[in-house]
Structure formats: structure tokens, C-alpha cells
Design a protein around this ligand. Structure first.
Ligand SMILES: NC(=O)c1ccc[n+]([C@@H]2O[C@H](COP(=O)([O-])OP(=O)(O)OC[C@H]3O[C@@H](n4cnc5c(N)ncnc54)[C@H](O)[C@@H]3O)[C@@H](O)[C@H]2O)c1
Length: 351
């Protein structure tokens, strides 16, 4: 199938592209590189040994984006392009409503016009807000606590109502828990442009000496060691979940939603200890105040994806830490120059 991947140069999108190519799909990447680097495309070509079609287009530029639908034959869309910082969304909600909600509506309108009827959308566990129960099933109450989460929930509702009105569409929403790790080649991974919001890039940047210590926000939650518990999922497992979701689109019409998580929670300190174990590098940390909006415990009920998509996460927390570290160690500057080159890649087993 020919799959249009919006945001395909980003952290999750790039891993999805590899899995799609390796399962025999053709891909077209549309990305404006607002939060990614063109070098990703070279790396994807090196890993997959395939020439990749990529179009440096802003999906919000409807005129330009429409040309993609006019010029390429597209069977399905995996839609990841958007902005994802909770903090930024609190300071600039207009940007989030435009980028995440309005541009998604425009995308669906183009899909409708050009009769592309299959869509996988990147949602987030953030739509559960402070969960009332753990593990969290897809049927849990939805409530959001910041503009980023609200835009994800608004898109979910829009897609639901759209699917009610148009029975030729098949739409799957995937609610990601906490993707971490990197491709095992060590060639692609998470490369935040600023100080990372997420735990794993923070840890790996402390490990390389780029940041002096890890800030842990709160150690007085009612958890086993007082730090917050999350459902960390290896980004390659997450990417494989998209291939399964995509394959299910042709079997069922309408709107469906799935959690993509492991179903297991780990505390921040457990992740730090596991990282120290696999890398052999101590991670100094400081305990700061709790962050506003952080919940104590969040992990998925992942049974629906297992039953209906025949998908389950396979990789362990050690795999996640080892692969994240390999990526950061091989690429201390992310995708920018000055990294260890291919052929000089250092694997943990070589240490
Ligand atoms: N990373 C997470 O922890 C997480 C968790 C839940 C959901 N998500 C969602 O998954 C999706 C992908 O996340 P990610 O971590 O890979 O983020 P990312 O920022 O690495 O990837 C997003 C990509 O979209 C591109 N992009 C942004 N706006 C665009 C636009 N208007 N036109 C074209 N391209 C555009 C960026 O350049 C980037 O390459 C996002 O929708 C995000 O909200 C991420």
C-alpha cells in the first residue's frame, strides 16, 4: 500500500517509516522539519536501503498539501504531524488549536475530496487526564488538563463525528503512553531541539555530560519509591502497532480507538536505575517540586490492542534504555554534525 506519513521525519514517525518499508509498504513523508532534521531522511534510506519520497511541506499550507493528493496515489494516511509540548501549549494555545486541530480537519477534508478513506491518528494517553483507575482502559473517562491534551481530545471527537457521517471511512486512533528508546541501529532516535521535556532524553543527555543532573519532579507520590509511575513503551514496539492498525483498516469501517502501552508501569527511579545498569554510567539527580499537572500513576490496559489488532509490546525496559543510550552515544549532537559517523558506530556490547 502507499502510505502518506505526516510528521514522518519526527521521533515516532521515523520509526514507523522503517516498519512500514520493512513490511513492504511504499511511503511518502510530508514534514515541514519544524521539529526534526532533514538528516533523518538520509538515515532512513541508509537503514532501509530504499529511496524515500519526502516532501518538505507544511500540512497547514492547504494549497501545497493538496498537490500531494493530486500527484501521488495514496491508500492510507498515518497522521503524526503536530506540536506536542504541554508547556508550550499553555503559553500558546492558538498555535496548538491551529496546528493540531484545524490542520487535522483540513487533512480529513482533503482525504475526503481525494477519496483516501483510511486514517491512523496519533492520539495520546493525555486524553485520560488524571486517571480514575489503573490500568486505564479505552473506556475510561476522558478529561484534559492543558491545551495540548484538549486538541488531541477535540480531534478524537471530530473524527468520531466525521466517521458517523461518512461510512466509507476507516479510522483508528492510537493513544500512546510513554514512547522511549530508539531504533537498534543507533542511527535514529529522539532529538529534542531544547532541554528535553521527557525523561529518557533527559537521562541520556546527563549520561553524555551535556546536562549536569536529572531533575526528578517529586518523590512524595504514593508509589513504591515516591516517584511517578508511567507506562514506558519502546518506540519500535509502538511503530509496529501502527503497522497492525493500518492492516486492520481494510477489514473494518468506522472509528476505533486503542491504547498502545505495555500494560506495566515503572517509576522514574526504576528507569534511572535500569539505565545506570545497562550503560554503566551513574546518573546524578536532584529532587524538585512536583510539576503542575503530573499524575502519580498512569499505565495502560493494553488488552484491546492485543485482542483486536493482534499486537502487544515485546521489548523490555532494559531494551528501551540500551537502545536510547546507543542512539545518544553514537549521536551526542543528535542529527547535527560532529557525531560519530556510520561505520564508527559504538555498540554497548563493545564497551
Ligand atoms: N512523543 C510522545 O511522547 C508522544 C506521546 C503521545 C502522542 N504523541 C503524538 O505523536 C505524534 C508524533 O510525536 P513525536 O514524538 O514523533 O513528535 P515529533 O515532534 O518528533 O514529530 C512530529 C513531526 O511533525 C512535524 N510537523 C509538525 N508540524 C507540522 C506541520 N504543520 N506540517 C508538517 N510537519 C509538521 C515535525 O517537524 C516533526 O518531524 C504527535 O502528534 C504527538 O502529539 C507523542
Amino acid at each position: 500500500m502507499n502510505i502518506l506519513v505526516t510528521g514522518g521525519a519526527g521521533y515516532i514517525g521515523s520509526h514507523i517509516c522503517i516498519e512500514l518499508i520493512q513490511t513492504g509498504h511504499e511511503i511518502i513523508i510530508v514534514d515541514n522539519f519544524s521539529n526534526s532534521d532533514m538528516e533523518v531522511i538520509n538515515r532512513l534510506e541508509a537503514i532501509t536501503k530504499k529511496k524515500i519520497i519526502f516532501l518538505p511541506i507544511d500540512i497547514c499550507n492547504q494549497e501545497e498539501f493538496e498537490k500531494v493528493f493530486q500527484n501521488y496515489s495514496i491508500d492510507s494516511v498515518i497522521h503524526l504531524a503536530g506540536s506536542k509540548s504541554v508547556l508550550e501549549s499553555l503559553n500558546d494555545p492558538i498555535k496548538y488549536y491551529l496546528q493540531n486541530l484545524v490542520c487535522t480537519i483540513q487533512l480529513v477534508s482533503l482525504m475526503n475530496k481525494y477519496k483516501v478513506h483510511q486514517l491512523v491518528f496519533s492520539s495520546s494517553a493525555t486524553v485520560y487526564g488524571t486517571p480514575e483507575q489503573c490500568p486505564i482502559p479505552e473506556t475510561a473517562t476522558l478529561k484534559t488538563e492543558n491545551p495540548y491534551g484538549t486538541t488531541k481530545l477535540a480531534v478524537e471527537k471530530f473524527l468520531y463525528e466525521f466517521a458517523q457521517s461518512n461510512h466509507s471511512f476507516s479510522i483508528v486512533l492510537l493513544r500512546y503512553f510513554n514512547p522511549i528508546g530508539a531504533h537498534e541501529s543507533g542511527m535514529i532516535g529522539e532529538d529534542p531541539f531544547t532541554i528535553p521535556n521527557n525523561l529518557m532524553p533527559y537521562i541520556t543527555q546527563v549520561a553524555t555530560g551535556k546536562l549536569p543532573f536529572l531533575d526528578i519532579y517529586g518523590n512524595d507520590y504514593s508509589t513504591l519509591d515516591g516517584t511517578g509511575i508511567r507506562d514506558y513503551i519502546h518506540v519500535v514496539d509502538l511503530a509496529k502497532g501502527h503497522v497492525k492498525a493500518l492492516e486492520s483498516l481494510k477489514e473494518k469501517y468506522g472509528w476505533r480507538v486503542f491504547n498502545l502501552g505495555t500494560g506495566e508501569g515503572y517509576s522514574v527511579l526504576q528507569v534511572v536505575k535500569t539505565f545506570e545498569y545497562v550503560s554503566g554510567i551513574p546518573i546524578p539527580y536532584l529532587i524538585s517540586d512536583r510539576r503542575k499537572g503530573d499524575v502519580a500513576i498512569s499505565y495502560a490496559d493494553a488488552t484491546k490492542a492485543k485482542q483486536q489488532l493482534n499486537w502487544a509490546a515485546e521489548k523490555t525496559l532494559e531494551d528501551m534504555c540500551r537502545d536510547a543510550w546507543r542512539w545518544q552515544r553514537n549521536n551526542p549532537n543528535g542529527y547535527k554534525v560532529g557525531n560519530i559517523r556510520e561505520g564508527q558506530l559504538v555498540y554497548l556490547t563493545d564497551l
